[in-house]
Design a protein around this ligand. Structure first.
Ligand SMILES: C[S@@+](CC[C@H](N)C(=O)[O-])C[C@H]1O[C@@H](n2cnc3c(N)ncnc32)[C@H](O)[C@@H]1O
Length: 252
């Protein structure tokens, strides 16, 4: 492919480090093509500031997959078994992270990428096609609206959400979209007990619980990452998510 040949090569080592998972040759090629597509899309759209190959590999690919490691390596201690054709939603997907790397790694999963920005979503549609990802769907909407739409409310086994806002806002976006017992993965950098306390208070109102918190160091830069696993224990009250803008303006 012409784009790939002009694109720097991604580092190939270290996938196994901490992640305990190794992509197939086809998946490696899809990751490389994803990198090429994102670099090209970045010329028109403000998709990401992470463009150097080692950074892209670590902060977009590796980090995206670290959040779903419990299912990648089938050693999950989480109280949920995801179905083979797991329905996943990546909320505030932006340039396609973590949803696209997850769709590449878990090809049986049905991954919906949700973002409010139409141009980014149109771009992600073309990327999914170029990569041959038949398991990816793109939705252009606000999380607050989708969470009140019966076609999407309580329809997902797994919600992924990275860099979209404070944890309680992410929880208000994610919990209504989950099936009962479904899991939301909150991708965080630093994480404190104070933040955990605020999140627990929000989850009490939303019918969820933090069932696990995992901490990893990124394999190259050593940056700290936390992955929070929230489970929906009870149906979320119909009053959540609140109307567009309110979760951010007045976090739970
Ligand atoms: C900082 S970017 C993060 C993108 C990606 N998740 C990542 O980690 O690279 C945040 C994205 O969330 C989207 N977003 C923020 N609030 C949203 C909402 N309420 N509904 C849908 N998308 C939202 C924005 O349009 C933006 O693309």
């Amino acid at each position: 492919m012409e784009i790939s040949s002009r694109c720097p090569k991604l580092p190939q080592q270290d996938w196994l480090k901490i992640l305990d998972w190794q992509p197939s040759p086809q998946q490696l090629e899809q990751f490389q093509n994803l990198y090429a597509q994102i670099l090209q899309g970045n010329q028109q759209l403000n998709l990401t500031r992470i463009t150097e190959a080692p950074d892209f590999w670590e902060k977009h690919l590796w980090d995206s997959l670290a959040g779903v490691r419990p299912w990648l390596v089938e050693e999950s201690s989480l109280p949920v078994v995801l179905p083979d054709d797991c329905r996943v939603i990546d909320i505030g997907s932006g340039g396609g992270f973590p949803g696209l790397p997850v769709a590449i790694a878990c090809s049986a999963w049905q991954v919906s990428l949700l973002d409010a920005t139409r141009k980014k979503m149109a771009f992600l549609e073309t990327v999914a096609q170029a990569l041959g990802l038949a398991n990816v769907k793109v939705i252009c909407d606000r999380a607050e609206s989708l969470g009140q739409d019966p076609a999407h409310r309580q329809q997902y086994d797994l919600a992924l959400i990275r860099a979209v806002g404070p944890a309680s806002v992410c929880a208000e976006y994610a919990l209504p979209l989950l099936k009962l017992r479904g899991i939301a993965v909150l991708y965080r950098g630093q994480w404190s007990e104070d933040e955990a306390g605020a999140l627990r208070a929000a989850l009490e109102q939303l019918g969820g619980e933090i069932v696990e918190t995992r901490r990893f160091k990124l394999p190259v830069s050593g940056g700290e990452r936390h992955y929070l696993y929230l489970q929906k224990q009870q149906e979320t009250s119909q009053k959540f998510p609140r109307r567009v803008g309110l979760p951010v303006k007045r976090p739970l």
